[in-house]
Design a protein around this ligand. Structure first.
Ligand code: ADP
Ligand code: MG
Ligand code: MG
Length: 252
């Protein structure tokens, strides 16, 4: 199993410091939830891990099994085993969902080890059945005209087929009705094993009714300010974030 270590990570966007020293370690077999109010840097953390060019790391380290992730290009990060399901998946006109999925799987594999077409089709069919997806979606252009729920299921389809070492799911629950939420959770839970570690970013604790995290982290003002077990998420659901601010003496 793999370990992703984030140490004292500082990130700027257009000269403004957004992450102010994030520390977090995820190992295969573990599900970690990152919660926190809007605008505290959760998506920034996800984008910085994946190497989005707009996010400048000014200090700190990201290590995957001891390897320096910050030295890697975006495609090398994917190949090393990192996968991000984005908060707002993009539409790509002219590229079918199936073609995108196949090239995305191959981008996570070594050159010369591409997934054989028939194996791909069989696995895609099975995963789409599991996620109760309409098979026609595979031949439609990526995310074009997909509902919010369809886009998120499509991200989970990728996750299930890529089976990355570390998956980062940014608000995979946003915009989902309860049935879609259950299906998306079912897909994520199916991946639970020693070879898979998951960072689940969510604003609400609702998703955590279906996916039990091993650890819960609260982010505020660009830092992880509190960590605990699943009971921490329940307390946030019941009481919001104010008590943490008071406890830690954080001013707005
Ligand atoms: P969260 O995901 O926790 O809601 P974000 O990481 O999206 O928070 O945003 C953190 C802060 O960074 C916010 O103040 C937001 O306005 C700012 N920010 C995020 N992305 C960009 C961007 N691409 N350009 C400028 N500012 C950004
Ligand atoms: Mg947000
Ligand atoms: Mg966000």
């Amino acid at each position: 199993s793999s370990t992703l270590e984030i140490k004292d990570l500082h990130v700027e966007i257009e000269g403004k410091e957004i992450l102010k020293g994030v520390n977090l370690t995820i190992t295969g077999g573990e599900f970690h939830a990152v919660m926190g109010p809007n605008g505290t840097g959760k998506s920034t953390l996800a984008s910085a891990i994946m190497g989005h060019p707009k996010y400048e790391v000014t200090k700190g380290e990201i290590l995957l099994d001891g390897e320096d992730v910050l030295e890697m290009e975006v495609d090398e990060r994917a190949q090393a085993g990192l996968f991000l399901a984005m908060q707002y998946p993009s539409e790509i006109s002219g590229v079918t969902t199936s073609d995108f999925l196949r090239s995305s799987i191959n981008a996570h594999r070594e050159e010369g080890d591409e997934i054989p077409l028939m194996k791909f089709i069989k696995e895609m069919d099975e995963a789409m059945d599991y996620l109760e997806m309409d098979k026609n979606m595979a031949q439609r252009y990526l995310n074009e005209g997909f509902s919010g729920g369809e886009k998120k299921r499509n991200e989970i389809l990728q996750l299930m087929m890529i089976k990355p070492a570390i998956g980062i799911l940014d608000e995979i629950d946003s915009g989902l009705d309860i049935d879609a939420l259950k299906i998306v959770s079912k897909g994520i839970n199916k991946l639970r094993d020693e070879s898979f570690g998951c960072l689940i970013i969510t604003h609400y604790q609702r998703l955590l009714d279906y996916i039990t995290p091993d650890k819960v982290h609260v982010m505020m003002n660009g830092r992880v300010v509190k960590s605990g077990g699943p009971e921490l998420a329940e307390r946030l659901e019941a009481e919001g974030y104010e008590w943490i601010k008071e406890e830690l003496g954080i001013e707005d």
